[in-house]
Design a protein around this ligand. Structure first.
Ligand code: SF4
Length: 373
């Protein structure tokens, strides 16, 4: 399927490239090779997918890092000089504990990080930690997606492979002033569904009946013959898109929940519309029949970015380029909440790169960071 789609992009003279995926094709160390069945989103029993539980964490633990699981940090505390001096957390059996620290590093993503900061109120930060400029929780960005699916006459073996890791195109990634939007998007070519999902989702979408016609007439026309194109737009920051504490709905540890306010921006809507038109053009050139096409895809708020943005100016940002809080020098944030735009790619690689940069900075300047107030 990937080769077929790549040939179509060549025919259109549009950019394409294999998706960059941190997945083993061969056994490496203790981790197995990918077996191409595809349930990557629910975890990889092979260990082929390079998620941090099989990459960074085992090394960190060997180096002496202790992982306390099933604990919820409720608050970051400050000492009299304004430095972070630890956290209060609720442990696995519901007992509040305190952990002292000379440096605090937060990695709770675009919702959890502002939630924790907003819940960490003190006389120095009555509106929430680092929130003296009112930016904590603001500028929430997501990746609202567009999706188009095409069905081919030929068997493309499209049910094989990791999820979302075939090829991608960044033909429309950069700003082009002839279009009605700024920035752009990635087109990610997705594999087709496995057999059970083809049957079940096909049944619910009234494409595949149960009964005599199930196999010959419908199932076989879809299975291994479908491909999808997801459009990932570069969502831009808008202050009104935000996260706030919800004191009326607390979790089982008594910590306030969150209210999320998000409205699809005009620029992002235009990108999605353009992306759908271009996706249909790809399938038309491929001779495939478009069976599904819609935007935004429901419930796509899984990439959470921008709510503690980075920048040089403390008046317009929360952390500096090393993820170091402007207002509390021994507090770092190393997740996608520090992004300034969403980028038109999945955020994990960028978040990891920024994290490595932050740790390099911290390692080189540890004494200075610990003594600063
Ligand atoms: S298809 Fe996904 S879940 Fe399966 S082995 Fe490969 S990476 Fe792991």
């Amino acid at each position: 399927m990937g080769r077929t789609m790549a040939a179509v992009f060549n025919q259109l003279e549009w950019h394409w490239w294999p998706s960059y995926s941190a997945i083993n094709t061969h056994r490496h160390s203790q981790r197995g090779a990918c077996i191409n069945l595809g349930p990557c989103n629910t975890g990889c029993a092979q260990g082929a997918k390079a998620s941090v539980d099989v990459t960074y964490w085992p090394i960190a633990r060997q180096q002496g890092v202790e992982v306390r699981t099933e604990c919820r940090v409720r608050e970051i505390t400050l000492d009299a000089t304004g430095k972070a001096d630890g956290v209060l957390y609720v442990d696995a059996v519901g007992v509040e504990q305190r952990l002292d620290a000379c440096v605090v590093v937060v990695a709770c993503s675009g919702i959890g990080t502002p939630r924790l900061l907003l819940n960490s109120k003190s006389s120095a930060f009555p509106n929430g930690l680092l929130n003296d400029n009112g930016l904590v929780g603001r500028n929430l960005m997501l990746h609202p997606l567009a999706y188009t699916e095409g069905v081919f006459e030929d068997d493309l073996r499209s049910s094989i492979g990791p999820h979302g890791c075939s090829i991608l195109s960044q033909q429309f990634y950069e700003t082009d002033t002839s279009r009605d939007f700024v920035r752009g998007y990635t087109m990610q070519i997705l594999r087709g569904a496995p057999p059970v999902e083809t049957a079940v989702s096909g049944y619910f979408m009234r494409q595949v009946p149960i009964g005599a016609e199930h196999h010959q007439k419908k199932f076989r026309r879809l299975f291994n013959r479908t491909a999808g194109i997801t459009v990932i737009p570069e969502d831009l920051p808008e202050p009104e898109n935000r996260v706030e504490l919800d004191t009326e709905h607390c979790d089982s540890s008594g910590m306030p929940g969150v209210k999320v306010f998000y409205r699809l921006g005009e620029n992002t809507s235009r990108m999605l519309k353009h992306g759908i038109e271009m996706s249909k053009q790809v399938f038309a050139a491929a001779g495939a029949k478009v069976t599904l096409s819609f935007a935004p895809v429901k419930n796509t708020g899984w990439h959470l970015m921008g709510t503690t943005r980075m920048g040089n100016d403390p008046a317009t940002s929360v952390v500096n380029r090393f993820g170091q809080a402007h207002a509390v020098k021994n507090l770092f944030i190393v997740d996608s909440s520090i992004f300034v735009t969403a980028g038109a790619v999945n955020p994990v690689a960028t978040a990891q790169a920024l994290t490595l940069m932050a740790w390099d900075h911290l390692r080189r300047n540890l004494n200075e960071v610990m003594s600063a107030s």
